[in-house]
Design a protein around this ligand. Structure first.
Ligand code: FAD
Ligand code: DLZ
Length: 513
């Protein structure tokens, strides 16, 4: 075959979409380029499983393309010719193939988007950016929808999306069963029944690949193959996981969406975020499958609506926020929080059992579900006044599904309120009472969830009241927090002092909690 190629097409590690129109026809003038590069492994310290999953999935994708007859150039992390930079490799490959044209799909991250555009401007090659054909909305649709409005609301956006894409509507065009949102039904604690479905994810062994990654000098944290490395690494595997979720798990998703258990980590979550974010699965097909389960009487409406809201609502919404707010969004810090992350974020070794379990699980499996991320880890970080940038970098590194477009708004906005309420109309914080109600984490903890002051009092309690006292200027007039401030006002001075002192003690000893 002729070595030369007219066109190079870049496929990034989170663009493994075999359904993309690029791949509908084989063209021998086109070479698809995938590269494992230090630029992408090292821009933040990553969990070992995230690197491994992306590399293994990229390698499998390249294999499938070759099997489909496409020409592929795969640059492995240890290739001698690898310049470890997306654009430097592209320049070298364009020369190698005598290419006249370079095409790429819109990157999801601002950083890579800017890099490719800037580089392309300085090239004599003709360039072309195409859509990823993945999301429901364009990058700037959300900003257009809310142009001129002070308050952007997810719920408004979500209803509009349901109408626009005809999801869970009745014959009149209204919401199925007359109700848009079943959030209030979806808050049950889990006490052991129904049983957690078996883990349908495939087990992989990528020891050899991991050795190559390590030998190439890539730094990481977390466990690479802790017992089992089980993430879907191609579309066939992802579709099998989707099938299993729809059949066995979705019916209970709603009831236990916010529940946490020390013995059962997955409960009724889909664990589809990695497959979705690297685009092995399309959100439209996931939503269609969930809606069909409801229409065929195999899953109740509150569960299906709750699940669809996460994907059609939150996932598209945070992406719109990201593109509307970048590049400044990454440095938001409205509450001026600047405490460094305690070292136990990297080991899980703290006496607070909820954090020990949620962080421990994250380090072991590169996953934690939404309430663990928001109400255990994020809640503590916000109450303790940790630096939102450090918190963001931890979340971006640790989770298998973390890509900045979705992680940053969730961390900096929803979880740390560092954007001043752009996403969350009030901060997601709680005392130990919430954690104790929604999980069994407090049982057997070194700290007492019921005590507010004293050495053994759960740190969340004093921190909670201290947070609202410290930030009364920001939150004191928020009508959604009126109750909190009424409760604070009812406390006598002695009680408030004791809480303040306990909180100060906790904040001074974060490292040893
Ligand atoms: P399920 O509970 O089964 O939900 C189904 C799907 O809905 C998910 O796969 C995901 O695609 C989507 N979804 C649910 N909640 C959200 C949300 N808030 N924003 C966007 N999509 C959502 N999600 C990521 O995909 N990547 C991240 O980097 C990420 N970082 C987060 C950081 C913080 C601080 C918080 C609070 C949440 C974060 N989330 C992130 C959202 C959510 O926690 C994960 O999507 C979810 O836990 C993934 O597990 P799952 O597939 O089992 O989700
Ligand atoms: C996350 C990641 C990692 C760890 N490594 C690579 C890589 O070596 N090559 C690659 O193309 N993509 C990788 N990715 C995913 C990218 O970070 C992601 O594609 C961009 O940030 C755009 O969203």
């Amino acid at each position: 075959m002729n070595q030369r190629a007219k066109t190079l097409r870049l496929v990034l590690g989170d663009q493994l979409n075999s359904q993309h129109s690029w791949f509908a026809h084989v063209d021998h003038d086109v070479v698809y380029v995938l590269m494992e590069v230090r630029q992408e492994t090292d821009y933040v310290l990553h969990h070992a499983q995230k690197i491994l999953a992306i590399f293994a999935a990229m390698r499998d994708f390249a294999r499938c393309l070759r099997e489909g007859g496409h020409r592929v150039r795969y640059v492995a992390i240890d290739d001698e010719s690898n310049r470890q930079s997306l654009t430097e490799n592209l320049a070298a490959l364009a020369t190698h193939y005598g290419a006249e044209r370079l095409e790429w799909q819109s990157p999801d991250e601002w950083r890579v988007d800017a890099q490719l555009r800037e580089w392309a401007e300085a090239q004599s090659l003709s360039t072309c950016e195409v859509d990823t054909e993945h999301f429901f909305t364009g990058r700037h649709d959300l900003a257009t929808m809310f142009a001129g409005r002070k308050q952007w609301l997810m719920e408004r956006f979500y209803r509009e999306m349901r109408r626009r894409f005809n999801v869970l509507l009745d014959d009149t065009g209204g919401p199925e069963s007359g109700q848009w949102n079943f959030d209030h039904d979806n808050r049950k604690p889990w006490r052991g029944t129904p049983p957690e479905p078996a883990d349908a994810r495939p087990v992989h062994d990528h020891q050899a690949l991991w050795l190559t990654v390590e030998r190439s000098g890539v730094k990481s944290f977390g466990e690479a193959q802790a017992g089992e490395f089980r993430w879907p690494l191609n579309r066939t595997e992802a579709l099998a996981c989707l099938d299993a979720f729809i059949e066995q798990t979705l019916p209970h998703f709603g009831d236990f969406e916010d529940a946490m258990s020390s013995s059962h980590q997955r409960l009724f979550h889909s664990l589809l975020s990695f497959s979705l974010n690297v685009k092995m699965l399309n959100p439209r097909e996931v939503i269609d499958r969930a809606e069909a389960a409801y229409r065929h009487g195999r899953a109740p409406l509150p569960a299906v609506e709750g699940f669809i809201r996460q994907i059609l609502g939150w996932r598209e919404y945070v992406r719109g926020i990201y593109w509307a707010q970048m590049p400044g969004y990454a440095s938001c810090n409205v509450l001026n929080h600047d405490a460094p992350l305690p070292s136990w974020f990297w080991s899980g070794k703290t006496q607070m059992r909820c954090l020990q379990l949620a962080i421990g699980q994250s380090l072991q499996t590169a996953h934690a579900h939404h309430i663990q991320r928001l109400m255990v880890i994020g809640n503590f970080a916000l109450l303790a006044g940790l630096s939102p940038d450090e918190v963001h970098r931890w979340y971006l590194g640790v989770y298998i599904d973390a890509f900045e477009w979705v992680e940053l708004p969730n961390t900096v906005g929803m979880s740390q309120w560092a954007d001043g309420g752009r996403i969350a109309t009030k901060p997601y914080v709680s005392s130990a009472a919430y954690l104790s109600r929604m999980s069994d984490y407090c049982k057997g903890c070194h700290y007492d969830s019921k005590q507010r002051v004293g050495e053994r009092a759960c740190p969340y309690n004093a921190l909670y009241w201290d947070f609202f006292t410290r930030h009364i200027d920001v939150f004191g007039r928020n009508p959604r927090l009126a109750m909190v401030y009424r409760q604070l006002a009812k406390m006598d001075a002695e009680e408030r002092d004791a809480l303040r002192m306990r909180a100060a003690q906790v904040r001074a000893s974060l490292e040893t909690l």
